[in-house]
Design a protein around this ligand. Structure first.
Ligand SMILES: CC(C)(COP(=O)(O)OP(=O)(O)OC[C@H]1O[C@@H](n2cnc3c(N)ncnc32)[C@H](O)[C@@H]1OP(=O)(O)O)[C@@H](O)C(=O)NCCC(=O)NCCS
Length: 166
């Protein structure tokens, strides 16, 4: 398996992986909207590839914490028959390493703490950051990076996330 940056020519296969991983179109549509709307962060979008086939994908997009630039991770998806083999972990480690190297302060995501805590994600409230929706509780998590500045604030996702409630 290799992890490499996503390119524009990956769009169709990335869509299939996200659709298969989640069993619906919502996350695949979101990933496409983030890219087409210029919200995705090219250096933080990765695919996992085995024998030339894309089997996993993660997108990161530009969010903000009270106006300061931040990073939102997701959606992330791995082809169902290849889950639980470390592909998701490899994608997340790639994001964390690249985001830290490029000077990002933190990465935010909505997900199960049982999974993401192993990568150093903590409840956002632990580091003074409020979720866009207070009902998310400990499922809204933050991975602080070397440049993290603990001034706190409320995280907001890129615009396409807003349409998920429609
Ligand atoms: C979540 C996902 C990306 C993880 O990728 P993966 O390649 O299966 O993950 P890894 O093999 O690196 O890690 C597997 C471990 O994560 C755990 N795990 C996977 N998804 C989990 C979840 N949603 N909640 C809790 N634990 C989870 C597994 O139990 C496994 O733990 P173990 O190794 O201790 O048994 C993948 O399972 C997936 O595409 N799921 C469907 C889409 C989805 O839910 N995306 C994330 C939304 S936040």
């Amino acid at each position: 398996m290799i992890i490499r940056r996503e390119t524009s020519t990956d769009a169709a296969l990335v869509r299939e992986v996200q659709r298969a991983a989640f069993g619906q179109d919502i996350e695949a549509d979101l990933a496409a909207a983030l890219r087409s709307g210029g919200h995705s962060i090219d250096e933080l979008c990765f695919v996992a590839e085995i024998d030339g086939l894309i089997v996993g994908h993660v997108v990161c997009s530009r969010g903000a914490i009270d106006g300061r630039l931040s990073v939102g991770l997701g959606p992330i998806g791995v082809q169902p028959d290849l889950q639980h083999k470390g592909i998701g972990s490899a994608l997340i480690h790639a994001v964390i390493g690249a985001a830290d190297a490029s000077g990002e302060s933190e990465i935010a995501l909505l997900g199960n703490p049982d999974y993401y805590s192993r990568f150093g994600f903590v409840a956002s409230s632990d580091v003074g950051i409020m979720a866009p929706d207070a009902s998310w509780g400990p499922f809204f998590q933050i991975r602080t990076l070397s440049s993290f500045n603990p001034v706190g604030g409320e995280f907001s996702y890129a615009a396409p996330f807003e349409n998920l409630d429609d």
